[in-house]
Design a protein around this ligand. Structure first.
Ligand code: 5GP
Ligand code: ZN
Length: 115
């Protein structure tokens, strides 16, 4: 647990979030400012700063985020219509919260390439 990390606090249940799924490795909750009808964040329970700091041990956790993504797509009803999983990295990637997370977006037609 990293003291001032908002996602660590959500994982620990110290600040509220609309949880979709949680197990011993990952927590999934609705984004506070949704960019699509379905917009959830999939985060490792253990604090990992970003994709840029993923080492060998954390690589397994990254795989788990992506496996959970399809399960959550089914739970939230977008598995059939399709969805996007995005991991932002660094300034140009638009990273704002430095606790690794995958966005799962769906429920509308998403443009490509992203803005
Ligand atoms: P990033 O730009 O770092 O990839 O995405 C961070 C995401 O976290 C944003 O989409 C933002 O809306 C969301 N977010 C930031 N603070 C909170 C919060 O306190 N609760 C929830 N549920 N989402 C948050
Ligand atoms: Zn954290």
């Amino acid at each position: 647990m990293t003291q001032e990390c908002i996602f660590c606090k959500i994982v620990a249940g110290e600040i509220p979030a609309k949880l979709v799924y949680q197990d011993e490795q990952v927590t999934v909750f609705h984004d506070i400012n949704p960019a699509a009808p379905v917009h959830v964040l999939i985060v490792p329970n253990r604090h990992i700063e970003s994709l840029a700091t993923v080492d060998g041990e954390a690589a397994e956790t990254v795989g788990r985020l992506l496996t959970v993504a399809d399960q959550v797509a089914q739970l939230t009803g977008v598995a059939e219509t399709g969805y996007r999983v995005a991991i932002n990295v660094g300034r140009d990637g638009g990273l704002a919260v430095y606790h690794l997370h995958a966005h799962l977006l769906g429920g509308r037609r998403l443009s490509w390439p992203p803005g």
